[in-house]
Design a protein around this ligand. Structure first.
Ligand code: 13P
Ligand code: SF4
Length: 302
């Protein structure tokens, strides 16, 4: 493994490339990554980098978002088949139908969506800024795609905005059920339960904290408590265990894994850096409109 890591580092320098990695990636990807973070922080970095090549260790919509924000850079996805099962639930045709049914209100899309979907939406959001984005619209009704649970969580938090949601969801986070939280609380009565807002509402409702990947990691970092039950993808658990060996990090249950996020290996990263294949490209007309939706978000979340 050390040889592969060295080769990747050398190629990165030679080619002025950076590697962005989502926190759900296999933990060894961090050995070569320049930035590891959640969807929001990675898109912010992608929009500002001076690198010539961005290798995106993540899933397709993330690399596509990086390409939209940095159109003159070469964006490479180590595993071209790594998609997002939630994004795949909303086709362009389905989006158009949903939009037609809600044509009188702003349309917000979660970043976990295709460039085509983004091109027809007013503003984008991620799990860490969804509240801020919907609030910024100053309206009492919005339409929200594709994650129904994130949308309904936002509605509940804000209290004065009706959020009309498309019925998409994350199959990984939906594996977590209220009974898992109840059982974990019985076993670890002193632990705090930290939940990602892609989880079912019945799970978010009984959490001690609900937040994005980075939100959860920051919560553990800042907290004086010692014990945490983590209700999100395994990558967050692995990084928390690595970074806070003195704290007790308890996964809510085994196998809360996003299979697509785990497709990337260090060899795949080395291959795309060497061959510059798996390049992401977006149709120019679609990109022109989709980037407005992303820029609207980045204008609010700087
Ligand atoms: P965040 O990175 O915004 O926490 O989102 C999680 C996710 O599911 C990414 O696909
Ligand atoms: Fe998509 Fe869920 Fe995987 Fe995130 S964890 S990439 S939402 S399938």
């Amino acid at each position: 493994m050390q040889k592969i890591i060295e080769k990747i580092k050398t190629l990165k320098k030679q080619k002025n490339a950076i590697i962005l990695a989502h926190c759900y990636q296999p933990v060894e990807v961090d050995f070569v990554a320049d930035y590891v973070g959640d969807s929001l922080s990675l898109s912010q970095v992608a929009s500002k980098t001076n690198a010539d090549i961005i290798v995106f260790a993540g899933v397709y919509f993330m690399a596509q978002t990086a390409k939209l924000l940095s159109p003159n850079k070469k964006v490479l996805l180590p595993q071209i088949d790594a998609g997002c099962r939630m994004a795949d639930m909303l086709s362009f045709r389905q989006l158009k139908e949903f939009k037609a049914q809600n044509s009188d209100i702003p349309l917000v899309c979660y970043v976990n969506s295709t460039a085509e979907v983004k091109s027809e939406c007013d503003i984008c959001c991620t799990s860490s800024n969804a509240l801020e984005i919907v609030k910024s619209l100053n309206t009492d009704r919005v339409a929200f795609v594709p994650d129904t649970y994130l949308g309904k969580w936002v509605e509940k938090q804000l209290g004065n905005v009706e959020v009309i949601t498309y019925p998409g969801f994350c199959p990984t986070h939906l594996q977590i059920r209220p009974v898992d939280i109840e059982n974990a609380r019985k076993k670890y009565p002193n632990a705090l339960v930290l939940v990602h807002p892609e989880c079912h509402m019945s799970v978010s409702d009984i959490a001690d904290y609900v937040g994005s990947t980075t939100g959860i990691m920051n919560f553990v970092r800042k907290s004086d408590e010692n014990s945490f039950i983590i209700a999100t993808e395994q990558g967050v658990v692995d990084r928390l265990k690595r970074d806070y060996p003195e704290k007790e990090i308890i996964p809510i249950k085994e196998n809360i894994v996003c299979p697509n996020m785990k497709m990337t290996s260090l060899i795949d990263i080395l291959n795309v850096l060497e061959n510059e294949n798996n390049e992401i490209d977006v149709d120019k007309e679609i990109a022109k409109k989709a980037v407005k939706c992303l820029d609207a978000m980045l204008g609010v979340s700087k």
